[in-house]
Ligand binder design. Structure first.
Ligand code: MN
Length: 257
């Protein structure tokens, strides 16, 4: 991408960090950077995931580790954030560093495939976790506004969306995520079922609501019964944050079409 076409850093974080770099630079040039106050808790968490020198950093949990109890327990939240998420941050930075060493001739170029895979896995894991913490919250409610309207338009109803999303989450083979995503080329909401952090992703799609169904996300409390964890998840979705993010993201990308 020609750097002179890059919009302000805010939008790079908002869009580029979530897959829109797959689009040509020209497609991003129309978009306007987020204004102060737009994007809400999710954009705040994403911004806190990148440091001053563009290194990846662990963002703080936006609430106390016990804030989601009894649905998600404090011990799980602490381990998940402090250990698992932190490992993806380190893995992403390590991969970037190793690829730079390969370019510099310090590491054998035959390792490009291995480190490229690690880059995709760890960057995706890092960003999805930063997103996940902020789309959760101690209070739930229901979708409102533009998001509620579009969920009904694209899935039939909010309940039909939840049924689809829950099934995708419950049926991930092994570790992965259910992701409600905005697909800006067709101006459509879709549900993705992702294995690990990056397999079965769809280019151009921007996460709107994500659910981690790796065993580390639920096994202490729910053991092998993932379906109960998925059911409990709906009690701790921060629909206010999700709606704010959705309206901002849709507003910045809807002109792609
Ligand atoms: Mn996780």
């Amino acid at each position: 991408m020609n750097e002179t076409n890059l919009p302000r850093r805010d939008l790079v974080i908002a869009a580029g960090g979530l897959g829109l770099t797959a689009l040509a630079g020209a497609n991003l040039a129309f978009a306007q950077p987020a204004k102060a106050g737009e994007g809400g808790a999710i954009l705040k968490s994403l911004k806190a995931s990148v440091g001053a020198n563009r290194e990846y950093v662990l963002p703080p949990l936006p609430y106390a580790p016990n804030a989601l109890e009894p649905h998600i327990d404090a011990e799980t939240m602490t381990l998940h954030h402090d250990k698992h998420h932190a490992a993806y941050v380190k893995g992403a930075n390590d991969a970037l560093g190793k690829l730079a060493e390969i370019r510099a001739g310090k590491v054998d170029a035959g390792q490009v495939t291995d480190w490229s895979e690690k880059l995709a896995f760890n960057v995706s894991g890092h960003i999805l976790h930063a997103f996940f913490w902020a789309n959760l919250g101690p209070k739930s409610g229901e979708p409102t506004g533009e998001l509620a309207k579009d969920l009904a338009a694209d899935f039939g109803s909010v309940e039909a969306f939840k049924t689809h999303f829950s099934a995708a989450a419950a049926q991930v083979q092994g570790n992965g995520w259910a992701i409600l995503a905005w697909e800006p080329i067709s101006s459509r909401l879709i549900v993705l079922q992702v294995r690990n952090h990056q397999i079965n992703a769809a280019w151009s799609s921007v996460p709107i609501l994500v659910l981690d169904v790796w065993e580390h996300a639920y096994y202490l409390k729910y053991r092998n019964v993932r379906a109960d964890y998925v059911k409990a998840f709906w009690n701790v979705v921060n629909w206010h944050a999700v709606g704010e993010w959705y309206e901002t993201m849709k507003g910045h990308t809807s002109q792609v079409k």
